[in-house]
Design a protein around this ligand. Structure first.
Ligand SMILES: O=C(O)[C@@H](O)[C@@H](O)[C@H](O)[C@H](O)CO
Ligand SMILES: [Mg+2]
Length: 402
């Protein structure tokens, strides 16, 4: 089955998405997500200028060989732009292969390990009371796992607190907006938040929190310890993870489970974290981690060390990633949880899909492939609009982690 053409579709139904479409001489097509929030056109160009010319004429069924061709052949290996572009090719080829086999992607991976995929929703509020209310609303909708993020007294804004109750889109301006951050104010606040949230929601709901890369290991160790009475499902991105070793210090002080990896792009970013059991959940997902071919390797390594998957699933990952991820989640033996930040109606219209949500769980469909398509005519109505993620400064002006 020869690849006859491929094209990149950039659209912005409420936020920017980059999609790769591959066509074959047997009339089968496949699509992959290539969205990298704030750097979308870098990936679009990497695909159009440097990958598509090499794709034409290749045998679409040779997914592994094509993966190796683009990974080793790039010479400049790894990194978010190249691995997101490779992920899009990989997702599209697995979509095609499953269609050619006449089966949903999870069957091709090895069949169902579970009938439904546990997800977590994003409850947030301007203060503790607002956030508690939001958590209770998610509980009423049937969520069994809920992330809680709240405004921090004394800070004008912080990560994860949206202006719109249901949708959170951090890429909010044509040029980066500047936020102010105070670790002291944050650390004094979060234990109070979870004391109130756990008290309101009871013991049976999984509670999660995203620190979003803003602590040092010893600060994260303090926070993890102070949160132990509230039994979190995980504390995410407690520290920046270039220093994988840094998680050992956190581990020595707290039993609060740790999750990391949404910004990783290869197995080498998490090899030590997993093999030394420094984390409990690996967040790297298909779109930024080189696709299904590479994520199978990461999940297999994680399985050896009691580490479970916890795929990133923010609004800036398109429904194509969500669709393919749900098939992966339905198959992978060491599944942990799937983030589900919901897309807007406009996005869902551009990307028709067969997965559905019901009472805290997502269900992938039975359509051959990953079950997601793109309405190109509708997509064309939403042209690209440059949007950057914010930057963060400390109160003394130091440029810090957002
Ligand atoms: O856990 C999460 O969902 C966050 O870390 C994301 O919202 C992240 O900030 C965005 O994906 C960045 O584009
Ligand atoms: Mg996160």
């Amino acid at each position: 089955m020869k690849i006859t053409s491929a094209r990149v579709i950039v659209c912005s139904p409420g936020r920017n998405f980059v999609t790769l479409k591959i066509e074959t001489d047997q009339g089968l097509t496949g699509i992959g997500d290539a969205t990298l929030n704030g750097r979308e056109l870098a990936v679009a160009s990497y695909l159009t200028e440097h990958m598509i010319p090499c794709l034409i004429g290749k045998d679409a069924s040779q997914i592994e060989d094509i993966w190796q061709f683009f990974y080793r052949g790039a010479y400049w290996r790894r990194g978010p732009v190249g691995m997101t572009a490779l992920a899009a090719v990989d997702m599209a080829l697995w979509d095609i292969k499953a269609k050619a086999a006449g089966m949903p992607l999870y069957q091709l991976l090895g069949g169902r390990s579970r009938s439904k995929v546990m997800v977590y929703g994003h409850a947030n509020g301007k203060d503790i009371d607002d956030t508690v209310e939001a958590v209770l609303r998610y509980k009423e909708q049937g969520y069994v796992a809920i992330r809680a993020q709240s405004g921090v007294p004394g800070l004008a804004s912080t990560y994860g607190v949206s202006k719109d109750k249901l949708f959170y889109e951090p890429a909010d301006a044509d040029l980066p907006t500047e936020n102010l951050w105070s670790t002291t104010k944050y650390l004094n606040h979060v234990p109070k938040l979870f004391a109130k949230v756990r008290d309101a929601v009871g013991d049976d709901i999984h509670l999660l929190h995203d620190v979003h890369h803003r602590l040092t290991p010893i600060e994260a160790a303090r926070l993890g310890k102070e949160l132990e009475p509230f039994k979190l499902f995980w504390l995410e991105d407690a520290v920046t993870a270039e220093l994988q070793e840094g998680f050992r210090l956190i581990r020595q002080h707290t039993t609060t489970p740790l999750a990391v990896g949404e910004v990783f792009s290869s197995i080498y970013d998490c090899q030590q974290l997993i093999s030394e059991q420094l984390i409990d959940y690996i967040r790297t997902t298909l779109v930024h981690g080189g696709g299904i071919t590479h994520l199978r390797r990461i999940a297999a390594l994680a399985e050896l060390y009691h580490v479970r998957t916890g795929f990133h699933g923010a609004t800036d990952l398109s429904p194509v990633t969500m669709g393919a991820a749900l098939h992966f989640d339905s198959w992978v033996p060491n599944f942990g949880i799937q983030e589900y930040m919901r897309h807007t109606e406009a996005t869902d219209e551009v990307f028709p899909h067969d997965y559905h949500f019901n009472a805290g769980f997502l269900y992938c469909g039975e359509t051959p492939g990953h079950g997601v398509t793109i309405d190109e005519k509708l997509a064309a109505k939403y042209p690209y609009q440059r949007a950057y993620l914010p930057v963060n400064r400390l109160e003394d002006g130091t440029l810090f982690n957002w």
